[in-house]
Design a protein around this ligand. Structure first.
Ligand SMILES: NC(=O)c1ccc[n+]([C@@H]2O[C@H](COP(=O)([O-])OP(=O)(O)OC[C@H]3O[C@@H](n4cnc5c(N)ncnc54)[C@H](O)[C@@H]3O)[C@@H](O)[C@H]2O)c1
Ligand SMILES: O=P(O)(O)OC[C@@H](O)[C@@H](O)[C@H](O)[C@H](O)CO
Length: 386
């Protein structure tokens, strides 16, 4: 009997190094869909790749029984695969996510005619409500028949994914080195009708919110503070940056603020949350991983957005404690000072500051209202750091 089909949109670091790996381990034939023609051709040529654990033993797993489709060149082939798939996952980046909607909608229309079986679509991106936002992009493209089908058979459960997979180069371009730690948490659909297929390593929960906020406001907040302060000090790697005492202090201070908020909001145990923070800081120190501040700091406009790792906890902190979070304000200011010209969002942000001024840029990109204490704190921190 042939294997069930899983489609992974994005054959990049997380696509190959984490989600594709777990789907393969769970018995799927994994079809990667990507727009990078070289990557797609290489997957179809080699039909396998190695995942290496970044630890002393460098344990290697071979991921085989895979193929790839170039979604730009062969959309019809992709839509036909969507018709057959049991599970679809994505790891393309939050800003790319809406561009997947057209092929997904066309594939769902094909299923509506011939495939009365359930389909689960999970966005594995660093964002709150990722799968839900993909659903919102797909539904307007569906016919009435497609909507009726999707309501009955298709679910878009939100997810939180955690595994550090840096940008890297190997002799074999498909090889990917990943940290040993991983966590994939998915919210169970509320209705009984559709169950999520069993995927090894995937944890199903009734309410994702505490998990995604704990992950985004700890791993990603801490990571981004390390990256932006490291960049300002001309330090290249995350490992070197986190070994800088001042940066470590700034990271811990920011995580104490997000931690205080999370503990209050979700009644986490203080001791367990402190252990979680320590574990994460140790992950940044992993000597077997070479991760760079410019990768971790990528897309600063996204990262200073109202629903992301700095501003969302900062605003909630103000509400919860009626005082401004100083370390998070510094972090937002450091992100505003990320001048790396290899990142188009960094370029756009610098252009906005130059052309529209600091005040207008803070409000436009963070949504923080002028004349609030948080706004003043961010501005003051920026002027201090600049
Ligand atoms: N790398 C990590 O440590 C890590 C960990 C957890 C979550 N994430 C999240 O996973 C997502 C992907 O990150 P990454 O590090 O793997 O990035 P990446 O750049 O390595 O991979 C993204 C892949 O998506 C492909 N892509 C771009 N547009 C596409 C499209 N329209 N259709 C199909 N594929 C397309 C790119 O060609 C690339 O291969 C992001 O949301 C990121 O926040 C990353
Ligand atoms: O992927 P981003 O750009 O949202 O954030 C950069 C890193 O913090 C991120 O990729 C982490 O490595 C990852 O989230 C760890 O699980």
């Amino acid at each position: 009997m042939s294997k069930p089909i899983a489609i992974q949109f994005g054959a990049g670091n997380i696509g190959r190094g984490f989600i594709g790996w777990l789907l393969h381990e769970s018995g799927y034939h994994v079809i990667f869909s990507d727009v990078n023609a070289d990557l797609v051709d290489e997957i179809n040529r080699q039909k396998q790749y190695d995942v290496i654990l970044a630890e002393e033993n460098q344990t290697t797993t071979v991921i085989n029984d895979i193929s790839a489709i170039n979604s730009q060149k062969n959309p019809e082939q992709l839509q036909a695969a969507i018709k057959e798939a049991e599970i679809i996952t994505t790891a393309v980046g939050p800003t790319v996510l809406p561009y997947l909607a057209e092929n997904l909608a066309a594939g769902i229309e094909l299923r509506a005619n011939e495939q009365p079986s359930s389909l689960v679509i999970i966005a594995c991106e660093n964002m709150i409500g990722g799968s839900e936002s993909l659903k919102e992009a797909v539904y307007p493209l569906l016919s009435d028949k497609g909507v009726a089908y999707a309501d009955k058979y298709v679910r878009f459960p939100n997810a939180a994914v955690d595994r550090i997979v840096p940008d890297q180069h190997h002799d074999n371009p498909l090889t990917v080195m990943v940290e040993p730690f991983y966590e994939w948490v998915v919210e169970k659909p509320k209705d009984e009708g559709i169950t999520i297929p069993t995927i090894s390593g995937m944890k199903l929960v009734d309410d994702l919110e505490p998990y995604i906020e704990r992950k985004l406001f700890t791993v990603n907040t801490g990571h981004a503070v390390t990256a932006y302060l490291g960049y300002m000090k001309e330090i290249e790697s995350i490992e070197d940056a986190i070994h800088n005492e001042r940066i470590l202090f700034a990271v811990r201070s920011a995580l104490e603020e997000t931690g205080a908020l999370l503990i209050k909001k979700y009644q986490f145990s203080k001791k367990e949350h402190e252990e979680y923070i320590d574990k994460i800081i140790n992950r940044f120190k992993n000597p077997y991983i070479s991760d760079y501040v410019v990768r971790v700091g990528r897309s600063p406009i996204r990262k200073i957005g109202a629903n992301d790792r700095f501003v969302m906890p900062a605003k909630q902190y103000v509400e919860a404690f009626n005082t401004t979070p100083k370390a998070l304000s510094h972090a937002i200011a450091a992100a505003l000072l990320f001048t790396y010209d290899g990142d188009h969002e960094a370029n756009d942000l610098q252009k906005a500051i130059k052309e529209n001024g600091l005040d207008a840029t803070i409000t436009a990109y963070t949504g923080i209202e002028p004349y609030t204490k948080l706004f003043e704190e961010v501005k003051e921190a920026y002027l201090e750091l600049a």
